[in-house]
Structures are given as C-alpha cells and as structure tokens.
Design a protein around this ligand. Sequence first.
Ligand code: 6GU
Length: 452
Amino acid sequence: MRFDLVTIFPDYFHALDFSLMGKAQETGLLDVVVHDLRDWTEDAHRTVDDSPYGGGAGMVMRPDVWGRCLDDVLAVGPGAAPRLRRVLAIPTPSGVPLTQRIAEDLAGANQIVVACGRYEGIDQRVADRYRQDEVEVLEFSIGDYVLNGGEVAALVLTEAVGRLLEGVVGNPESLVEESHGEEGLLEYPEFTRPRCWRELDVPEVLLGGNHAEIARWRRDQSLIRTAHRRPDLVAELEATHLDIHDREVLVGAGKILVPRRADVVIGLARSDEAGALARLAADTFPMACPPQLGETDIADFIGVHLSESEFTRMLADPDDHRILVARVKARDGGEDLIGYTVTVLGGPDGMPTEMVRPGRLELGAAYLSKCYVRAEWHGSGVSGALLERAVVDVEARARNSQIALGTNIANKRARTFYRRHGFSVVGRRTFEVGSVANIDDVLVRKVTPVVG
Ligand code: 6GU
C-alpha cells in the first residue's frame, strides 16, 4: 500500500518513522511518500492560497496548484494503470466521520493520496474534478472539533489504515478484540500488576480463574461503559444480539431496548409517590396470583396491603422499608413508574416469622416483599435490574447476610427468574390473599454486607 501525503508542512510526517508505522515502512509493507505542495507553484512567492469568492474571513487553497500536484501524484490521464484502486482523501471538518469501517475499506486500496489543506480549506472543485477521473474521493473528518489543518487527520488516517495491513501489527488477534468491534460495544477496562495500587484493588473476579465469570464481568463492563459514554452506539445495538442478562445490565446503566427504546432510571421512591406506587401495585399484583384466586380476594389484598396509605406508611420509614422504582420518560415529557421493589430490612417485625427456617433462613434476613414490573415491560430487563439494585441497597446498609422472598409455587416464571439471580428454594410458607391461604416457595440469596 502506498500513501502519498501532500502538505505545505512535510516535517509533520516524521511521526510515521516511529514504532509500528516506521517498521512497516522499513520492511516495505507500507510506502509513505511526503510531498511539498509548494513544489507545484509557479510564482516567485510559491503562493498556494487566495481570498474566497463571495467574501469572508481566511484564505482558500488554489485549485490550479493542487491540480498540477495531484495529476503527478495520482498519475491520472494517459499511462495510468486503470486496475489500481486509488483514493484521494481530503481531511476537512465538514467531511464524513472517519470510522473503523471506513478504515477497513480503505485498507483494500492500492494508493491513498491525502491532500492536507490549511486555512479555510481547498477550492471545492478539486474534490469534484478528481471524482470525475475515476478516483475515489473521500472528504473525511476525525471528530467534531476544528484543527488548523489536515496534517494531524492525515496521520490519523495513515495509522488507522496502515495497522490493518497484513503484517503491520504483530499479533493479528489484537485487531479483532478491540473497541468498536463487530458487536458495536466499547472495550472493557484492563488491569495488570500490582494487584493493589494506591489503595485501589484490581477487581476480585479477575484474580480467580473462572473464565466464564470473567467473560461475563467484562461484557457487563462493556455494556455499562457503552451506555454511559456512547449512547449513540447503544441506539445502533441490535436487540436480538442481547440476551436477558445483557438487557438487565443495560437497564442498570439507564437504557431499555426491548420492547421499545427508552431511558430509564432506578432509584429510591420519593415521599410524594405513594399514590403512583399504589396504582402500580394494584396493576401488577394480580399477575403473581395463581389462577384459582378470585377477584374479590385479590381486591381485598390490594385494598389492605397495597393502598396509598400503606405506601405512605412505608415511605415514612426509609430505614426499614426500602422502596426502589424504575422510571421511564413518558411520552408527555413526565415520568412513568414501570416497576418497583419493596425490601424490609428487618428489626423486630421485619421478617415474617412463618418464613424462618433455622439453618437455612436466618431471622436477620432482609425480606424482599415486592418485585413487580408492568406487563408491557416484561422482558425488558427492568425486573432484574431492580432486583440487583435492591441487593446492592441491602448490602450497603450492612444489616443483613441474606435476602429472602416468597413466590407462589405455581409461578414458574418467577422461580426461574429468582434462580437465575442466585436465589435457591429453602422451604415453603403459606401466604394469605383475601380469604385464601396460598402456598409459596421461600427463596434465599446470600448478600455480602459492605463494611466501612
Ligand atoms: Cl479532517 N481537518 C481539520 N482541519 N479539522 C478537523 C478535521 C479535519 N477533523 C476534525 N477537525
């Protein structure tokens, strides 16, 4: 591959004599030729620019000087080899954004000529004329900021394309596992020795040899980073490439993709949300009930346990009743509550004593008494994100070593969900809904209190 870099500052490109680009030039994988545009001027002052037609600040580079130069460098016209793939790349802040995809495409060219403009740029007819000469013309930008000239962008293009040529980068594997890979996710963070540096520890999971766990952690980090740093990339993600765990992680980072794209925030319920919580609870509670339960029994339960005044009471006691909600931006600009959890941290009447199973369920366990998401958002990952946030919240309060819950034995969906989140069945309890005594599985998960 041959690069011809045309500039009025040839010294800029000494940078390409170092490191992998320097080695690629020495070994002949890469041929970089730098040209001084002023060699194609014809006046004593070696002038390359003039004032813009139509007025305005700054100077514009003359097409006639560029034309003589590019004719020579591209060897267009009679005698040119037509099968060669030639590209004229023109750096400009108004060009198309340079991407890895474009770099990969350009790596298949035979010759790339980069025309570095200074001042306000190059007369537009230069790009337009060479397009007619069966040269691929690419006006490109390297980001949304303004540089003084195209030289730095030319360096960027040369390195981005050059490193993709076979043999330039020693280990070709390092070309595939990088940010902006096939998946469209940013790379996960990397760590090396020392294990503890300035009181910062390397994440524990990376120190063990559990490769599945490490892969999972790294993917989580990639998803979270991408959501926080590059929402534009999240918008491009293919929902079908994301499993339920991926979706839960993305929800924790503020992004829902399924069933429709939305921004979501999980946080503690506010004291003025008792009414909204009661409505959400009344809408979602019936879904967890077994089919044989009558409507009046369900309505009785909702009236007694899920009333606005019950939520007001719980919200007034945030030390013991932790209520987390998931909020999405509503179409009218407001917010909708789409899911919630209630965790009772304990104290004398915290854990329902009928749930306690000595040796398996501790008296001091936190009790996840509610975890519900509106039916239209099932499969979004919101419930898993809420549950994991509830666990973190329990851990942060450092009062409990377990979290326990009950779910109707007929609710297979719930049992599968809680198992996937590290819960296991330790026994059963009865759970009254209206006049009916139902049988629940009791499930438990260990939590690790955060000390300090
Ligand atoms: Cl390619 N050229 C200049 N002058 N400024 C830029 C740019 C290019 N890309 C971003 N800013």
